[in-house]
Design a protein around this ligand. Structure first.
Ligand SMILES: [Zn+2]
Length: 313
């Protein structure tokens, strides 16, 4: 017997809400709770829980690591109403999730087209191959994995040969802690200065609007703006600039090594409806939008791998 802490909050944004999931267990621990129940991190609920990772605070190492579970928005609000009425709520929690300390072997999935005249220079196009177990992971991050692989396959089908090597890397172990990209940035440390640019898609493969450039170089901005002009027929010409390294997810570990980063932009206001839930299925994806994302990725990969100079840093 003991007490649970239930986190019920108003949705403002993902970054605001996700802090309850990530930090809620450790904060509840400090209050002497035996478990934490977290309102699912979503602006919309179909009465399904949304899962995700959490981290335990190292400063509370002396305290037992208590379990933390997602509950639906509906249940969080029910708890809120009952508590406001002074009702004594009884909960029994049964969970099987655990980290048993024996990491298994997993690998990134890599494919590439070797460059014709500058084979040692590389344009990296990436997505994550793993997903949470509750849904199919079609949106997070199957769509991104698909377009990162498909970009190379379209270049090949068109009989094009870029000057630089184009390499598609589908990261493993992203959801559990970016294992694949962290390993990659260490194991490929000797070629990091030859990676021209690292591209990622992490917020959905809906109808593309353009790119976010994660850097500060003025010439690079001009080059990217010029490349995006070719996306006029599909209205995907927008170039956003965000030089805050934390804005990137997977490629952040490459950007720390001074590699310029690019993210695909799509209107993702629907993203967190499905994120990390049983609702993340193939039905969320739209074949036409996926084709448009593939087209944008293919064109950008090809041009960046074929222009005379590497994208300036
Ligand atoms: Zn995820």
């Amino acid at each position: 017997m003991g007490k649970f802490v239930v986190y019920n909050y108003d949705w403002i944004s993902f970054p605001d809400a996700v802090k309850y999931r990530k930090l809620g267990a450790s904060l509840a621990e400090q209050l002497g709770a035996i478990g934490a129940l977290i309102r699912s991190v979503t602006p919309f609920s179909g009465d399904v829980p949304h899962t995700g990772c959490l981290s335990y605070d190292n400063n509370t190492n002396s305290l037992p690591k208590i379990p933390s579970a997602s509950i639906t928005v509906e249940d969080a609000e029910l708890f809120g109403r009952l508590a406001a009425r002074g009702v004594n709520i009884t909960v029994s929690l049964s969970m099987e999730a655990r980290i048993d300390g024996s990491d298994g072997m997993s690998r990134n999935t890599v494919s590439e087209i070797t460059g014709s005249t500058k084979p040692d220079e590389i344009v990296l196009v990436t997505g994550q191959l793993d997903s949470w177990d509750v849904g199919q992971g079609a949106m997070d991050n199957g769509g991104a994995a698909f377009i990162a692989w498909r970009a190379l396959s379209v270049i090949k089908k068109l009989g094009l040969r870029p000057k630089r090597t184009v390499r598609s890397v589908l990261w493993t172990g992203e959801e559990m802690g970016y294992y694949g990209v962290k390993q990659y940035s260490q194991k490929h440390i000797n070629e990091l200065n030859k990676i021209s640019v690292a591209m990622e898609s992490v917020s959905g493969t809906f109808k593309p609007t353009g790119l976010t450039y994660r850097g500060q170089n003025t010439t690079a901005k001009c080059i990217l703006n010029e490349i995006l002009q070719s996306m006029k027929p599909i209205n995907a010409t927008q170039l956003l600039i965000d030089d805050n390294i934390d804005g990137a997810l997977d490629i952040r570990y490459l950007m720390e090594k001074d590699i310029p980063g690019l993210s695909l932009d799509t209107p993702n206001d629907q993203y967190y409806r499905y994120h990390h839930s049983i609702g993340d299925t193939m039905q969320v994806l739209n074949t036409r939008e996926l084709d448009l994302c593939t087209a944008v990725w293919t064109a950008i990969v090809y041009v960046l791998a074929t222009i005379d100079d590497q994208l300036p840093r």
